[in-house]
Design a protein around this ligand. Structure first.
Ligand code: IMP
Ligand code: MG
Length: 173
C-alpha cells in the first residue's frame, strides 16, 4: 500500500473552487457562454466542480493531450490524443487543467488553440508547481500553488491509479 499524505483536503478544494468560479464570473460581464475546455483526463473532476461554481453560462468540451508516459517526469513529447468536436472561433475560452508542471503541455495547447481564433483564451488550473516551469505560461486562475512533490487524487493519477481520491495527496514511495 503506498504512503499518502494529505496536501489539500476535499473541503479546501471545494472552497477554493467556489472562489475561482466567482472570479471567472467577474471577468465575464458579457454573460457568456464561456467554453470550458477540459484537458483529459486529470481535469475532469475540477471541470465538473468549476462549471457548477460559475454563474456564467458555460459549454463543456474535452480535449485529449499527453506529455507524460507512465512515470513521474515529463517525456517532453506532446501529442493530441482527442481533438475538440466544435469550432471555438469568436468565443471566450477557458482551458481547464489539473496541474501546470513544466508548462510543456499548456504552451503547446495554447499554440494550437490560438490558431483557431477564440475571442479570448485563458487558463484555469487547480494546481501549479511554479518551481518546475521549463516553458513560461500565463495562467489566469490558479487554485493552489504547491511545492515540488508528486501528487495524486481529485483527478490526478500515477500510472492511471488514484484519480478517484477525494483529497489531493502526496504520493511517497
Ligand atoms: P507539464 O506539461 O509538465 O506542465 O505537465 C502537465 C501534466 O503532467 C499534467 O496535466 C498532469 O497530467 C501531469 N502531472 C504533472 N505533475 C503531476 C503530479 O504531481 N501528479 C500527477 N500528474 C502530474
Ligand atoms: Mg493533465
Amino acid at each position: 500500500m503506498p504512503n499518502f499524505r494529505v496536501l489539500l483536503s476535499a473541503e479546501q478544494i471545494q472552497t477554493r473552487i467556489q472562489e475561482l468560479g466567482a472570479e471567472i464570473d467577474g471577468d465575464n460581464p458579457a454573460g457568456g457562454p464561456v467554453y470550458l475546455i477540459c484537458i483529459l483526463k486529470g481535469a475532469c473532476f475540477f471541470l465538473a466542480d468549476l462549471a457548477r461554481a460559475m454563474k456564467t453560462p458555460s459549454r463543456i468540451e474535452f480535449i485529449g493531450i499527453s506529455s507524460y508516459g507512465k512515470g513521474k517526469t515529463t517525456s517532453g513529447e506532446v501529442k493530441l490524443t482527442k481533438d475538440l468536436d466544435v469550432s471555438i472561433e469568436g468565443y471566450d475560452v477557458v482551458i481547464v487543467e489539473d496541474i501546470v508542471d513544466s508548462g510543456v503541455t499548456l504552451s503547446y495547447l495554447i499554440k494550437v488553440l490560438t490558431q483557431r481564433k477564440p475571442k479570448t483564451l485563458r487558463i484555469a488550473t487547480l494546481l501549479d508547481k511554479p518551481e518546475r516551469r521549463m516553458r513560461p505560461v500565463d495562467v489566469q486562475y490558479v487554485g493552489f500553488r504547491i511545492p515540488d512533490e508528486f501528487v495524486v487524487g481529485y483527478g490526478l493519477d500515477y500510472a492511471e491509479d488514484y484519480r478517484n481520491l477525494k483529497d489531493v495527496v502526496i504520493l511517497q514511495d
